[in-house]
Design a protein around this ligand. Structure first.
Ligand SMILES: *Cc1c(COP(=O)(O)O)cnc(C)c1O
Length: 360
């Protein structure tokens, strides 16, 4: 028997077990091709079916209309930080950003490097990004408003998205994409690195509203233009075939086994409540995010001392609970409980935490 741990890694992160089993099962002969999916051409009918299925499932899960394109772009979420201002900024208009942590800060830096007129209209830096800003004014004339829906490192998440009337939203959804339903209409662009919630590392998925494509400057290099990807069904060059294949399996699991994003959200809420209830009742563990801003995906907490935190992480690992170390930039502990990490794993963690506190 294979022994698997409860995986709380922040990314790359846990994948649903049925997905891994399906990969294993069809590894040597993918759908009668006599080859593994790692070996087939991206121009073959086998891969065509995979990528088209992944796009169709994304559309169904998010209720996307024909006015949206779905593409896969390598370079991770980090390449999107520069592609967005390159493609979607408009001469003479500011680009608005909300700064809620490490990833927003990086996105802002790239827009500034490209000499765009960057307005940071709100920030939670004053309290080390432990909350989501509530009050801010959006420039009505901005080309877009960029924000990060879930802050993987600081453990905060937007419960309700900003609601600009005329300015298109641009959102880094890397760490909570497909964790809950939302209305896609206010979004000009949504992007997510795959390795947090929808697959392994190697590609970002981007959803672009078609009217945004009219802004793409003709003189950008081909690989940095959104239109290159939308016009060629993400296959101008060789895409991350295997990653897209796994994403397709994860989306199939979301649709057929979980039953869609509303069900996924219910489950994620129950998981979050299970662990936050423990944090709220304890004087030993201390959650680092403000209550009204905490993330259902990344639960960040501290113990009374760094010494205890070290022991906690090591003992947990021994007990079959992996990946609980906080990001190297902030320390402490973090339990990432993405879609694929089940309630059983969260319950096992809570049980371990109670026991550790009792013995400490
Ligand atoms: C992990 C992460 C990124 C960086 O993703 P890469 O694919 O490594 O570039 C960006 N934004 C958020 C919110 C993340 O969680």
């Amino acid at each position: 028997m294979t022994k698997r741990i409860h995986n709380f890694n922040a990314g790359p992160a846990a994948l649903p077990l049925p997905v891994l089993e399906e990969m294993q099962q069809e590894l040597l002969d993918f759908k009668g091709s006599g080859m593994s999916i790692l070996e087939v051409s991206h121009r073959s009918k086998w891969f065509d079916e995979v990528i088209n299925d992944a796009v169709a499932r994304t559309r169904r899960l998010l209720n996307l209309g024909d006015d949206f394109e779905v593409v896969f772009i390598q370079g991770g979420a980090s390449l999107q930080f520069c592609m967005i201002p390159m493609n979607l900024a408009v001469d003479g208009q500011p680009v608005d950003y909300i700064n809620t942590g490490t990833w927003s800060t990086k996105a802002i830096k790239e827009a500034k490097t490209l000499k765009k007129q960057v307005h940071v209209i709100a920030s939670s830096e004053d309290r080390d990004f432990c909350y989501i800003p509530k009050a801010f004014d959006i420039d009505e004339g901005a080309a877009y408003l960029h924000f990060t829906s879930n802050n993987t490192i600081k453990g905060t998440q937007w419960a309700q998205f900003p609601n600009p009337r005329t300015v298109p939203l641009v959102c880094d959804m890397s760490s909570d994409f497909m964790s809950r339903p939302f209305d896609p209409q206010p979004f000009g662009l949504i992007y997510a690195g795959a390795q947090k919630n929808i697959g392994p590392a190697g590609t970002a998925l981007a959803i672009i509203r078609k009217d945004m494509l009219e802004r793409v400057p003709a003189d950008l290099p081909a690989m940095l233009k959104y239109t290159t990807f939308t016009e060629k069904n993400s296959m101008y060059n060789t895409p991350a075939c295997v990653v897209i294949y796994v994403i397709d399996l994860v989306l199939k699991w979301l649709e057929d086994t979980v039953g869609g994003l509303a069900n996924m959200e219910l489950l994620n809420r129950e998981k979050g409540k299970t662990i936050y209830d423990l944090l709220d009742r304890s004087d030993f563990y201390r959650g680092t995010a403000d209550k009204d801003s905490r993330s259902l995906m990344n639960v960040t907490f501290r113990l009374p001392s760094e010494e205890l935190e070290k022991r906690f992480i090591a003992d947990a690992q021994t007990a079959g609970l992996g990946g609980l170390k906080g990001h190297r930039s902030v320390g402490g502990c973090r339990a990432s409980i993405y879609n694929a990490t089940g309630l059983d794993a969260v319950k096992a963690l809570v049980e371990f935490m109670r026991e550790f506190e009792r013995k400490a």
